[in-house]
Design a protein. Structure first.
Length: 235
């Protein structure tokens, strides 16, 4: 039986979506890039970062969670939405300690890559310089919460793919942080280097030990091409 198709328009261009797909999934398949940070294909969408905010029939929605519905008119690449995305990313930079020149993830970091894509050269808000926990107790994996953007990818990957629930969020507002399923430290958990959760962090908060700089800065994924190019090359 053939799958039902719905037609939506993104920035005036008609694209076909399969019934049940989100706007993000349909756009990705059609080669239209919608910026994102918390979304990762194959993980349950978390809808937390709001970077993928689009306008659907004039109303703000997150493209990673909103189902594609026949006849939808979606705005994606507009000055207004790109401005909103720049503000979100600006805030994420100043709320944490993201010093790209000292971070092992530089060149492979989605936050840095989205900032470059959106034309951010320096944050416009003042840095808050938080002082958050770092955890080096695991033999193979390190967590620096100063760089955590609370995207939830590690929480979902550990729960849905690894079946371990190593990570969870605790606290609210500015006190919210990613915690581990052992009350104490990552070294007390059953997390393994091969876990999906060890691979999904979009920034330099979850880092594998002893393999830093295996690919030198300048030759890393986003040093070669902007984030989203892989999707756009399909169109
Ligand atoms: S540690 Fe990384 S993957 Fe987990 S919530 Fe923070 S930024 Fe996201
Ligand atoms: S990518 Fe959709 S809310 Fe983060």
């Amino acid at each position: 039986m053939s799958e039902k198709t719905v037609i939506i328009k993104i920035d005036g261009i008609e694209i076909k979506a399969k019934a049940g797909q989100t706007i993000m999934q349909a756009a990705d398949e059609a080669g239209v890039y919608i910026p994102r940070l918390c979304y990762l294909k194959d993980l349950t969408p978390h809808g937390s970062c709001r970077v993928c905010t689009v306008k659907v029939n004039g109303r703000y929605q997150t493209a990673c969670t909103e189902p594609a519905v026949d006849g939808m008119e979606v705005e994606n690449k507009t000055q207004e939405l790109e401005g909103l995305r720049r503000d979100i990313i600006d805030m994420l930079f100043v709320e944490g300690n993201h010093f790209c020149m000292f971070c092992e993830k530089s060149g492979n970091c989605d936050l840095q890559a989205e900032a470059y894509r959106l034309g951010i050269c320096a944050p416009k808000f003042p840095y808050l310089f938080p002082d958050r926990d770092i955890d080096g107790t695991h033999p193979d994996i390190f967590i620096d919460r100063n760089r955590c953007i609370l995207c939830g990818r590690c929480v979902n990957a550990s729960r849905d793919v690894d079946g371990k629930t190593v990570f969870e969020f605790v606290g609210r507002g500015s006190e919210k942080k990613v915690a581990v399923n052992a009350d104490a430290k990552l070294g007390d958990t059953n997390m393994a280097l091969t876990d999906k959760a060890a691979d999904v962090c979009p920034v330099g908060a979850i880092i594998k030990k002893r393999i830093g700089f295996a690919i030198p800065v300048g030759k890393r994924t986003y040093d070669q091409k902007p984030i989203g190019s892989e999707i756009e090359s399909k169109s």
